[in-house]
Design a protein around this ligand. Structure first.
Ligand code: GAL
Length: 681
C-alpha cells in the first residue's frame, strides 16, 4: 500500500521520483471558462500543488446523453495539468447521475424509511442496490478508464465521492430485494434468521424470505436485530459498489492505485470503514471542523482514527477546508494559523497528502460560499498567501512521506458494531453518544499529554499496554476471549458502562451485566441506572457522573474499588472498579465522567501499566505529541493546541519545522506545529 501511494500519488505528473507529501484539491474546471484554466495551473505551481482530483461531479458534462460522449474538454484539462507537472487523481464521475438518466429511470432514486423519494436536483440521488444505476455507472467507469489509461497525468483513481454521504440508507424495493439476498448469505436458513432476530417477540416470525423488508417506518420500534442488520447491509451495499468500480479500474489499469474518500468526522457513522479499507489501494479521508469546545480534539481524534483504519500506514487527506464551509448553521472562518495547523495535525497522524475542497471557489451553485484555495477575492488575498506558505512547509516535510505511525502505549478501541448497536432505540437511554464518550477519553488523554492510538477490532491489541474500550456494547464470544487473553498477558483493559452487554445478534448475555466481560472485570450488575438529562451523581473521588450509573456488586475477591458513588440511589456502592490478574488488569467505569472527570481518574488507570506523558510538564496539555517512523527516522510532531506561546524544553532532535530559543528549548508560537527528526532506533 505504501509503495503504491509513494510511487504514484506522491510522485505527481512531473515524475519526480523523490517521496514527498502531496498537496492539492478537488479541481472543477468545468465550472469555469477555458482562459481561467491556464491561470489555475500557473497558481497551482505557485502554491506547490502536486495533485488534483478532477471530474468528481462531471457525469452530465462527460456523457450529455445516453450515447453521447464529450471528452474533449477533459483531454485538454489533463494535458494542461500534465504540462504543469501536476498529477491527476481522476474521478470515475459516478457520484451524481445526470438529469437524462433520472428522467429515463426514476427507479434509481433512493427512498426514505417513510416512503418518500429523494428527487434529483442536488447530488448522490441513487440507490446503491439499483441494477439500472449500476449498469450506467459501470459503463461510465469503463469509458473513462479506457480513455485515460495511458495518460501521463493519471496518478490514481477516485471512485465516486464520499459513498454514503447522502444515500447510505435506502428503503426502496431494490433495497428490499438486495437485503433478502444479503440475509440469505448471512443466515442460510429462515430458522437461523428467526432465531437471530428474536422473532418470537411481537409475533414477527417469518415463514418466507419474501416477507422480509427493510426497517421502514413502523407502528413502533422495528426489530432491533433487523435494524442492526440493515445497517450492516447498507454499509456492505456501498462497499459492493466500490468494489464493482474498482474491479473495472484494476482490469484496465492494473498499475494505478484506487481510492475513495471516506468521511471519518463528526457523526458520520453509516459506513463501516475498517471493513472497507482493504478494498482500496490506499485510504483517503475528508474532514471538516465542526466549531465547538472540542473541535480540534475532534480533528485529532478523526485523523488518528483514520490512521487506525489504515493499519498505521500513511493515508491521504482528500478534502478539508481552507476556511469556512457552507453547510453548518453558522459557517465560521478559520483564524490565522488554523489552515496550517489543521493540515499539519492530519500529517502528524499519518496523512501523506493535504488536499482541500476545492481549488477555486465557485461563483454559482450550492457551495459558492464554501472556502477554497483560491477564494472569491482572488490570489491577492491572505488566504491564498497562507495556501502558498503551506505548500512550502509541506515541501520541507518531504522526509516524513511514507513513514508510519509508531504505536502509543495507550490504545482506544473504536468499534463500529458497538457504535451502531449501543445507539439504537428502545434502550435504557436515548442520550447515549458513543463517539462522544470515546472523544472524551481522547480529550482527557490529550489534556494529560498522553499519546494514544485509536484502533479497531482488526488491530493487534497487544501493541498497547493500556486498552480503553468505551461503551464496547457488542462483545461476541471471540472478542471476549481476545480481551481475556489480552489481560492475562499483562494488558490493562479499561471499559465502561453498557459494555459487554450483547452478542453479535444483539442478544443479551445472561446472568448479570456486563455478561461477556463479567468474569474478567470481577463485577456483576443486576440493573442499569440511567440518569435523566441534567441529573448527575457525585463520586467519592470528587468527580461527577452523568448519563448512567450501575448497581454493581463485586463478584471477585481480587476486585478493588477505585471510586464509590457518594450520592444517588447507588450511594455507597462501587462506581469505578479494577480487577488485577497477574500483570494485567481490567477496570470498569460505570458512569459518564466527562473530560474533567476522566482527566482526574486516568492517572490511576494508567499507573499500573507505568504509562505517563512523554512531554515535559509545562507542555502536558498545551501540546499534542505524535510520532511517525520510517526509514528516514522517527518524526516527532509537536502541535500547540493553544493560542499562547509554549516552550518545550528538553526535546532533542533535528528541527525540520519550528524553532529553538537561545537555550535550545523548542518554542511553539500560538497554534504552531514543530517537527523534529530523530534517528530511527
Ligand atoms: C464534501 C464533498 C465535497 C464538498 C464538501 C464541502 O462532503 O465531498 O464535494 O461538498 O463536502 O464541504
Amino acid at each position: 500500500m505504501i509503495s503504491t501511494l509513494q510511487s504514484r500519488m506522491l510522485r505527481g505528473a512531473d515524475g519526480d521520483p523523490a517521496p514527498r507529501l502531496a498537496y492539492g484539491a478537488d479541481y472543477n474546471p468545468e465550472q469555469w471558462p477555458r482562459d481561467v484554466w491556464e491561470e489555475d495551473v500557473r497558481l497551482m505551481r505557485e502554491a506547490g500543488v502536486t495533485v488534483v482530483s478532477v471530474g468528481i461531479f462531471s457525469w452530465a458534462r462527460i456523457q450529455p446523453g445516453p450515447d453521447i460522449w464529450d471528452f474533449g474538454w477533459l483531454d485538454e484539462v489533463m494535458d494542461l495539468l500534465h504540462a504543469g507537472g501536476i498529477g491527476v487523481d481522476l474521478a470515475t464521475a459516478t457520484a451524481s447521475p445526470p438529469p437524462w438518466l433520472t428522467t429515463a429511470h426514476p427507479e434509481i432514486l433512493p427512498v426514505t424509511a417513510n416512503g418518500e423519494t429523494l428527487w434529483p436536483g442536488a447530488r448522490q440521488h441513487w440507490r446503491p442496490t439499483s441494477p439500472v444505476f449500476r449498469e450506467h455507472a459501470l459503463r461510465l467507469v469503463r469509458e473513462i478508464a479506457g480513455r485515460y489509461k495511458d495518460h501521463p497525468a493519471l496518478v490514481a483513481w477516485h471512485v465516486s465521492n464520499e459513498l454514503g454521504c447522502h444515500n447510505i440508507y435506502d428503503f426502496s424495493d431494490d433495497a428490499a430485494r438486495a437485503f433478502r439476498l444479503w440475509l440469505r448469505a448471512r443466515y442460510g436458513t429462515l430458522e437461523a434468521l428467526n432465531h437471530a432476530w428474536g422473532t418470537a417477540f411481537w409475533s414477527q416470525r417469518y415463514s418466507d424470505w419474501e416477507q422480509i423488508l427493510p426497517p421502514r417506518l413502523a407502528a413502533s420500534h422495528p426489530n432491533p436485530t433487523q435494524q442492526l442488520d440493515f445497517k450492516r447491509f447498507s454499509s456492505d451495499a456501498l462497499k459492493d459498489h466500490l468494489v464493482a468500480e474498482r474491479e473495472i479500474l484494476r482490469e484496465i489499469t492494473p498499475g494505478v492505485p484506487v481510492t475513495t474518500n471516506f468521511m471519518v468526522m463528526g457523526g458520520t457513522k453509516g459506513m463501516n470503514y475498517p471493513d472497507w479499507a482493504d478494498e482500496t489501494d490506499f485510504v483517503s479521508n475528508d474532514h471538516y471542523v465542526h466549531p465547538g469546545p472540542q473541535d480540534r480534539d475532534e480533528l485529532s481524534f478523526s485523523a488518528n482514527l483514520v490512521s487506525g483504519i489504515a493499519g498505521g500506514r500513511p493515508w491521504f487527506l482528500m478534502e478539508h477546508s481552507t476556511s469556512a464551509v457552507n453547510w453548518q448553521p453558522v459557517n465560521v472562518a478559520k483564524r490565522p494559523g488554523d489552515l496550517a495547523r489543521d493540515s499539519l495535525l492530519h500529517v502528524a497522524h499519518g496523512a501523506d497528502a493535504v488536499c482541500f475542497f476545492q481549488w477555486r471557489q465557485s461563483v454559482a451553485g450550492a457551495e459558492k460560499y464554501h472556502s477554497a484555495m483560491v477564494p472569491h477575492a482572488g490570489a491577492d488575498s491572505d488566504l491564498f498567501r497562507a495556501v502558498v506558505d503551506l505548500g512550502a512547509t509541506l515541501k520541507t516535510l518531504a522526509p516524513v512521506a511514507g513513514s508510519e505511525r509508531e504505536a502509543a502505549a495507550v490504545g482506544i478501541l473504536y468499534d463500529w458494531e458497538s457504535w451502531w448497536a449501543a445507539e439504537q432505540d428502545s434502550h435504557p437511554t436515548s442520550l447515549l453518544d458513543y463517539r462522544r464518550e470515546a472523544l472524551d477519553w481522547y480529550s482527557a488523554l490529550l489534556a494529560l499529554g498522553v499519546r494514544a492510538d485509536l484502533v479497531t477490532t482488526r488491530a493487534d491489541l497487544s501493541r498497547h499496554q493500556v486498552l480503553i474500550a468505551p461503551v464496547l456494547h457488542v462483545v461476541p464470544a471471540e472478542l471476549a476471549k481476545d480481551l481475556t487473553r489480552y489481560v492475562e498477558q499483562g494488558g490493562h483493559l479499561v471499559t465502561t458502562y453498557f459494555s459487554g452487554v450483547v452478542d453479535e445478534n444483539d442478544h443479551v448475555w445472561l446472568g448479570g451485566y456486563p455478561g461477556a466481560l463479567r468474569e474478567l472485570l470481577g463485577i456483576r450488575v443486576e440493573e442499569f441506572g440511567p440518569l435523566l438529562a441534567g441529573e448527575s451523581v457525585e463520586l467519592d473521588d470528587s468527580t461527577r457522573g452523568s448519563l448512567w450509573t450501575d448497581q454493581i456488586t463485586l463478584a471477585d475477591g481480587d476486585t478493588e474499588v477505585l471510586a464509590h458513588y457518594r450520592s444517588g440511589v447507588h450511594a455507597g456502592r462501587p462506581a469505578v472498579t479494577r480487577r488485577s490478574t497477574g500483570d494485567g488488569s481490567a477496570s470498569y467505569v460505570s458512569t459518564r465522567l466527562g473530560v474533567d472527570g476522566l482527566r482526574s481518574l486516568l492517572p490511576r488507570l494508567l499507573d499500573p501499566a507505568g504509562v505517563s506523558s512523554e512531554l515535559p510538564p509545562q507542555a502536558r496539555g498545551p501540546v499534542e505529541l505524535t510520532v511517525r517512523r520510517g526509514p528516514g527516522g522517527r518524526f516527532l510532531f509537536l502541535v500547540n493546541r493553544t493560542d499562547e506561546t509554549v516552550p518545550v524544553p528538553g526535546f532533542d532532535g533535528e528541527v525540520l519545522l519550528g524553532a529553538r530559543d537561545a537555550e535550545g528549548s523548542l518554542v511553539l508560537g500560538p497554534r504552531e506545529v514543530a517537527v523534529l527528526r530523530r534517528p530511527a532506533a
